[in-house]
Every structure is written in C-alpha cells, then in structure tokens.
Design a protein around this ligand. Structure first.
Ligand SMILES: Cc1cc2nc3c(=O)[nH]c(=O)nc-3n(C[C@H](O)[C@H](O)[C@H](O)COP(=O)(O)OP(=O)(O)OC[C@H]3O[C@@H](n4cnc5c(N)ncnc54)[C@H](O)[C@@H]3O)c2cc1C
Length: 499
C-alpha cells in the first residue's frame, strides 16, 4: 500500500530555537544605518486557539508516471534531469519557481566555483554561456549573467528530452514499504501525485528525503547552528573592480571613519562580484544569523531582514563611498541565499579529513577542491581554509540510509558540517546531479535499486559522457590572476571542527 509521508515542520514549534541563543545588537533605529544585529531573535508566534486540524482523507490524481523524478531545479537538479533523460529515462523535473538555476538565478549567486573540474555538464554549460557572451567578467573567470543562466539551463533540460513542471512544490513522499515510489506536489491547479521508479532529491534542503524518513543532521556538531543566510543584490553603475576579499570592507571602514557614521557591516569580507554586463555587480554583503531555512517563519524573517540590510547598505555606499557614487540598485534576489540546512545521512559521510587528504574513492562520481568556507554562525567572518588537492565525492554520499529508490544530490548530500562547506559550491553540485541522474537512469534500465547499482558501470557511463573522474589537480584558477582563495584564518581547520 502506498503511504503519504510528510512531517510537522510547519506546525508552530514550542520552546526557543537556536536563534534564541544569541543576542541581537540594535542600531537604535537611525535611518540609513546598517546594524550588526544580524542574528534574529526568536519571536514566539501567539499560540493559536486550535493546535491542529485533521485533514480529510482524499483521492489524489496521478499527474504522471516517469522513470526518474527530479525535485528541485538548481545546479544539482538541472544536471540530474539532463543526465537522466540523456541516459534514456523518461524524466520529469519539478521546480517551485518559474525558472531553473536555484541559487544561481533565484539567489543571484553568480560565481560558479570549481566549474573547471569534472568537465561533462559543467563544461557544456560554460560553453553555452560563453557563446551568449554571458560568462566571465572583470577579475572573475567564473561569474555569469543570471538571466542568461535561466535560458541556458532551460534549453539544456528541454533539449535533453526531460519534461519540466514549474510552480510545483514537492510536499510529501510516497512510500511503499521502504521504497520511494513518488512525490506529492502542490501546484496552482491543485495537489497531485507523481509516480516514479527513482526519485532524486535536489531541493538543497533535502525536503523529500527528510519527509521520506531518511535520517539527517543540521548545523555544526557542538550546537546545531547553521551558516548565515545572505540576501544577494545586484547593482548597476559600478566601474570599480574588487580584486581582493578585504577591499570593500576597508572602503566602508574608511567612509565610516571619515563621516563618523554609525553604520556597521554585518559581514567583514563583502564582495562586489562583477557580472559580464558592464558596470553590474552582484554583492555578497548582508548576513542573517540564527535562522533555519527549513522553518517557514525563520525564512520569512530572514528575507525581511536581508532586504532591510540591503536598503541600508545601498544607501550608505551610494552616499559615502566614492567607488559606488553612481551605483543604483537593480534588484534584490528573488529568495535569500541559503548556505546550509539538512545534510541527509547516506551510506558514507564525507569528512574534513577526507578533504584534507584529497581522498580518492573507488566509487568517486565527482570531484571538488574548493576550500572549506564556513561563514561563521555567530561571528562576522569566515572559518576554514584552502585545500591543496582535489578530493572525490563517493556515490555512497548520494544514497540516503533507510530509503530505497531515492538519491540526493547537491548541497544536501551526506557529509559533515565542515566538509559540506566545501562541496556545496556549484561545480561539484552540478557534477553530483549528473552522476545521480545517470545512476537513476541506469538503475531503471537494469531493474536494480540505486543502492545495488554496479558503480564501475556508472563511472564508465559518466566517462563516456565526458566527465573527468579522479582529477588530482585543479585546472584553472577561478580568478583572472593567480591569486588563490585567501581565508581569514588558514590554520582554523586544524581545530577538529568535525568532532
Ligand atoms: C549567499 C551564497 C553565496 C554563495 N556563493 C557561492 C559562490 O560564490 N560560488 C559557488 O559555486 N557556490 C556558492 N554558494 C553555494 C551554492 O550556491 C549552493 O550550495 C548551490 O547552489 C547548491 O545547489 P543545489 O542544486 O544543491 O541547491 P539550490 O541551488 O538551492 O537549488 C535547489 C532548487 O530546488 C528548488 N526547491 C527547493 N525546495 C523545493 C521543493 N520542496 N519543491 C520544488 N522545488 C524546490 C529551489 O527553488 C531551487 O531551484 C553560495 C551560496 C549562498 C547562499
């Protein structure tokens, strides 16, 4: 019998959450000032007079039945859908927004780190973007135009033969025994079931794996605190080119010293990341701490706080920092940037030690080398450090424990808090998606569960698709100079953050 599984995430929670652990500073309400109070206090919602309501049982229409259902169209989901369809599976990709790209588009996160590793779909994407003159910007080899990214991602998915359904939110898992057999979606035209032989959770948050009952972890080991969220925003009219992580902070500090303004930045390593269009930058500056994006109330408060910080900072920059004198706000991101939520526990948990050792695995299906970049859950900077080698991401990290016919790809795979802070970047996420989609299609072809799949055959198929497995060296630096990632504190990761 098919069972519908969901959880009680959206029921009002009682008791303080992690947000209540940290004090909030205030700017005293002065107009135009930022505030360092970027940790939102927990606001307990008034208790409703009725605590819950029993939903009536009802028939769910089945919208479709496919070999492979991919939930979430970010880098991982886009890669998964393209690969599954190209490997011969009937495929449906569902996405909550009206376009693909996830953080690359909805989040206005434009650098695509580690994109020269893995080749395969990463390389194809870069070439398609380059042919539209939408890839590469002053200083940044890996920054792109987010609007063109929507078009290219969509074109690649549709060309692959995968079906696509926008404005579809995956809300529950359909389970038969321990086997996933589909997902329940909410759409404008109602609630439906979609049946599938294999489901791939690429929601970033592991929504579907969690609802299916797969175990997961969240946040850092000692207290569960998550990396802060960032509302990215796009400015026009900026001719100045930032080439170092400290420059923008220094400009702001200098302006504060000169004007005596009370402005305070929420993050000490802000970046104005150039985009291919002249004068356009995506700014990574706001930080909202003490919030969990799997909590609807936290997410709402974070969006509001992110836009509030944006307004304050744009006003300050355009008034007081000469490099931004002619700048104007084009847009804030459609959704606040979420760095970290659930990490679904799989058959293997990737660790910081694996990353430092540049470990290779027999079941490696993607590679990564980006440094460990933990935006401090309580401070204003980053913790971590660069990696010297290239490590493998094992296939087992994509296989959630306790549930069959389910794969995860992207930032929600199985790894520790510290390891996640490296493989969460987009190049590896897209490559994991390509591997998951291929694995799902091969599983269907051979009539075996993804867990029982012959991994050697999967690796051969990925290589046939042009994926480079087992790389040992990072091909090109992500920046146009030889400068490599400069962390604040390169020694910090000798602290056993995984313990
Ligand atoms: C502020 C910020 C800065 C970053 N900077 C960089 C950077 O410079 N370079 C870099 O490479 N990486 C960067 N990252 C990391 C990177 O952007 C993400 O980790 C990466 O995009 C994760 O890819 P994903 O496909 O797993 O998830 P996402 O990109 O989050 O995509 C998930 C998709 O699933 C959809 N979705 C979610 N839930 C559901 C649901 N229930 N039903 C249907 N659809 C759903 C979402 O709308 C989205 O399209 C940054 C992240 C943040 C937040």
């Amino acid at each position: 019998m098919i069972q519908v599984r969901f959880d009680d995430t959206f029921l009002p929670h009682s008791g303080p959450t992690q947000a209540g652990l940290i004090e909030t500073a205030s700017n005293g309400g002065r107009t135009g000032e930022g505030r360092s109070g970027v940790v939102l206090p927990q606001e307990e919602p008034p208790a409703p007079s009725i605590r819950s309501i029993r939903e009536a049982e009802r028939e769910l229409a089945v919208l479709g039945e496919v070999d492979v259902l991919v939930c979430g169209g970010g880098p991982a989901g886009t890669g998964a859908a393209i690969a599954a369809a190209r490997t011969g599976a009937s495929t449906l990709l569902i996405e909550q927004y009206g376009y693909l790209g996830g953080m690359s588009t909805a989040g206005l996160v434009t650098p695509h780190f580690d994109c020269f590793l893995n080749k395969g779909l990463n390389q194809e994407l870069i070439e398609r973007m380059q042919s539209r003159r939408a890839w590469g910007a002053p200083f940044w080899r890996i920054s792109f135009d987010p609007e063109q990214f929507k078009m290219v991602s969509e074109e690649m998915v549709l060309d692959s033969g995968s079906d696509l359904l926008y404005h579809a939110f995956a809300v529950a898992a359909l389970i038969e025994g321990e086997r996933m057999c589909g997902v329940v979606i909410e759409t404008k035209s109602g609630r439906f079931a979609v049946l599938a032989k294999v489901v791939i959770d690429c929601t970033g948050d592991g929504d579907i794996a969690a609802r299916a009952g797969a175990p997961y972890e969240k946040g850092r080991p000692e207290d569960g605190l998550l990396q802060p969220m960032t509302m990215m925003f796009r400015l026009g009219g900026v001719e100045w080119v930032q080439t170092d992580g400290t420059q923008m902070f220094q400009l702001v500090q200098q302006a504060i010293a000169e004007t005596g303004h009370h402005f305070r930045l929420a993050f000490e390593r802000p970046w104005a990341i150039h985009l291919p269009n002249p004068g356009e930058v995506a700014v990574q500056l706001t930080h909202v701490r003490g919030v969990d994006a799997t909590d609807a109330r936290d997410l709402t408060r974070a969006e509001i706080e992110g836009r509030r910080q944006t307004q304050a900072v744009v006003e300050f920059l355009t008034r007081h920092v000469s490099e931004f004198r002619n700048a104007y706000l084009i847009e804030t991101a459609a959704q606040i940037g979420v760095r970290e939520t659930r990490r679904i526990l799989g058959d293997y948990v990737l660790t910081l030690e694996d990353l430092i050792a540049a470990k290779k695995f027999d079941d490696g299906i993607a590679t990564a080398s980006f440094g460990v970049d933990i935006h401090d859950p309580v401070g204003k900077s980053q913790i971590g450090g660069p990696l010297t080698g290239v490590y493998d991401i094992p296939y087992r990290c994509l296989l959630p424990r306790t549930v069959e016919q389910l794969l995860v790809a992207g930032r929600c795979i199985s790894g520790t808090h510290a390891a996640h802070a490296s493989y969460r970047v987009k190049g590896p996420c897209l490559a994991m998606g390509q591997a998951a989609g291929t694995a799902a299609a091969l599983s269907v072809q051979h009539g075996v569960s993804p867990r029982k799949l012959d991994v050697a055959a999967l690796r051969r198929e990925l290589q046939r698709q042009g994926v480079e497995l087992g790389a040992t060296e990072r091909p090109l630096p992500d920046w146009s100079t030889d400068q490599s990632y400069k962390p604040d504190n390169p020694q910090a990761w000798e602290v056993p953050v995984d313990k």
